[in-house]
Design a protein around this ligand. Structure first.
Ligand code: CP
Length: 294
């Protein structure tokens, strides 16, 4: 039984297989490879992209999917996460897809070894399927040649599980990662750190912009996000004609993270990331439920 708690659970060969399968699924209508499989989702935090992307991916491959809404579940009566999970596993799913505020929740459930656990975002620690879909988007754009390309991660890095998983995966794949943020948003890290976006614009191939994760701040870090935007918003005025790919995991805070104008610019791949997310999640489901289950 294989789990996906973070991308470190996958070997280099498996990551290459995921990229190959995602490309194949994007190029041609996939067969119903998972038609006898059942998945359950358990999202303790809000989601637009990840939950629906997993559902579309599962259905495109013929799998059934059931959603448990924790806000209307017996966790409200005091049932623990472990007991909730064990009861769902008694229904014999082939995998449980979990999003949780707690960094350790997916690992704790994976250790119970009852079904394959797929991390759909945990605290500020890991969001492996986002990292893998971003890797897919980057390899497509650069025709597989991402080694030694430079990416700047910009924004609320310290709160971001997208940044945590992305840094681990993209450095492993040979990319140079720079961090750009005001001091309250900067994590402890050995990576090069910058306060000013202007200092990196002439040497990056990619910018990954991140939302200020207000829901994770114990108290507001900035009084005024318009002031933050003056320094960190990705605008056409700031980018000029530079050939820089713009990524963002969503949801985008318009005109704070990225300007309206840049969101419509062909360099901005936000919706392509969402499109690629379905194909990468199809590849992940195939790997976990079919290829590694023998
Ligand atoms: N990228 C991402 O995790 O988006 P959602 O929170 O909408 O799932």
């Amino acid at each position: 039984m294989q789990h996906l708690v973070d991308t470190t659970d996958f070997s280099d060969i498996q990551i290459a297989q995921l990229l190959h399968d995602a490309r194949t699924f994007k190029a041609q209508r996939p067969p119903q490879l998972l038609r006898d499989k059942l998945l359950i989702t358990l999202f303790f935090e809000a989601s637009t992209r990840t939950r629906s992307s997993f559902e579309v991916a599962a259905k495109r491959l013929g799998a059934a999917i059931v959603h448990l809404d924790p806000s209307r579940s017996s966790t409200k009566k005091g049932e623990s996460l472990e007991d909730t999970f064990a009861n769902l596993c008694a229904m014999e799913p082939d995998g449980v897809i979990i999003r949780h505020t707690d960094n350790d929740a997916p690992q704790q459930l994976a250790q119970m070894q009852m079904t394959s656990v797929i991390n759909a975002g945990a605290g500020n620690y890991a969001h492996p399927t986002q990292a893998l879909l971003d890797l897919f988007t980057l390899t497509e754009h650069f025709n597989g040649q991402i080694k030694n390309k430079t990416i700047a991660i910009v924004g609320d890095i310290v709160s971001s599980r997208v940044a945590s998983s992305g840094i681990r995966l993209l450095t492993r794949m040979g990319m140079n990662v720079l961090l750009v943020a005001p001091e309250p948003f900067m994590p402890q890290s050995d990576l090069p750190q910058y306060e000013h976006l202007e200092d990196v614009l002439d040497r990056v191939d990619v910018i990954m912009s991140l939302r200020a994760q207000l829901e994770r701040h114990a108290s507001p870090l900035f009084d005024d996000y318009a002031e933050y935007a003056k320094h960190y918003c990705i605008t056409k005025e700031r980018l000029k004609e530079r050939n820089i790919l713009i990524l963002h995991p969503g949801p985008v805070m318009r005109n704070i993270d990225i300007s309206d104008e840049m969101l419509d610019d062909p360099r901005c791949k936000v919706l392509e990331q969402v499109r690629n997310g379905v194909y990468m999640r199809m590849a992940i489901l195939k790997l976990l439920l079919l290829d590694s289950s023998h």
